[in-house]
Design a protein around this ligand. Structure first.
Ligand code: PRP
Ligand code: URA
Length: 208
């Protein structure tokens, strides 16, 4: 499935501020939240609608509401948590799952430490969120874990993707629609995205 790359001036502007190394943790967190909300608008564009009857102060009328499957938002810890509030602004009834993965600093491969998903995850449309798609290892493993719990309708939303990560994720999970705000150039030798934004978790939580 072809990745959806955002093309909105508000997202591009906020992304510039996010990338800037002089942007502090408070502003960084606020911007990640805002971009997640803007991206959520796009990622929910295909939600099915149904018509119901309501009564306005003037008359009865038919009007549309979201129908069908309910949503689950699944952040990949830690940095994915930074996108949850922005998503919940638009889909407050979504359930939230958590997947804990960190990249081994030497091998750059993901290490799993937590998985707690809504019991009815197989009935839900799932949006996995993580600001960074670098090698793709974390996203590939997270989506595999979610599929093992029975979920079939899964989207992946990241703020910055590297071509290497996009390729790996598309190859491992061709059924998953990917949304990203920017497709960057490449990875460096430490598997960080160039130009990227640095370490998303450290910048959100001020741990470096
Ligand atoms: C970062 C990021 C992704 C992962 C991407 O998390 O938030 O989860 O790296 O890299 P990959 O595509 O090569 O797997 P990190 O492992 O640094 O953990 P953290 O969020 O807890 O800091
Ligand atoms: N994880 C990050 O936080 N940043 C990168 O550039 C790559 C992986």
């Amino acid at each position: 499935m072809k990745p959806f790359i955002m093309d909105h001036p508000l997202i591009k502007h906020k992304l510039t501020l996010i990338r800037d190394k002089n942007t502090g943790s408070k502003e960084f967190r606020e911007l990640i939240t805002e971009v997640a909300t803007l991206m959520c608008y796009e990622a929910t564009r295909d939600l099915p609608l149904e018509e119901i009857e309501i009564e306005t102060p003037i008359c009865k009328t038919k009007s549309q509401v979201i129908s069908g499957r309910k949503l689950a938002v699944v952040p990949i810890l830690r940095a994915g948590m930074g996108m949850v509030d922005g998503m919940m602004t638009l889909v407050p009834a979504a359930k939230i799952g958590h997947i804990g993965l960190y990249r081994d600093p030497k091998t750059h491969t993901p290490v799993e430490y937590y998985c707690k998903l809504p019991a009815d995850i197989s009935q839900r449309e799932v949006i996995v969120v993580d600001p960074m798609l670098a090698t793709g290892g974390s996203a590939v493993d997270a989506i595999r874990m979610i599929k093992e719990k029975g979920a079939k309708n899964i989207k992946f939303m990241c703020i910055i993707a590297a071509p290497e990560g996009l390729e790996a994720l598309t190859k491992a999970h061709p059924d998953v629609q990917i949304y990203c705000a920017s497709l960057d150039e490449k990875l460096n030798d430490d598997k960080y995205i160039i130009p990227g934004l640095g370490d998303a978790g450290d910048r959100i939580y001020g741990t470096k």
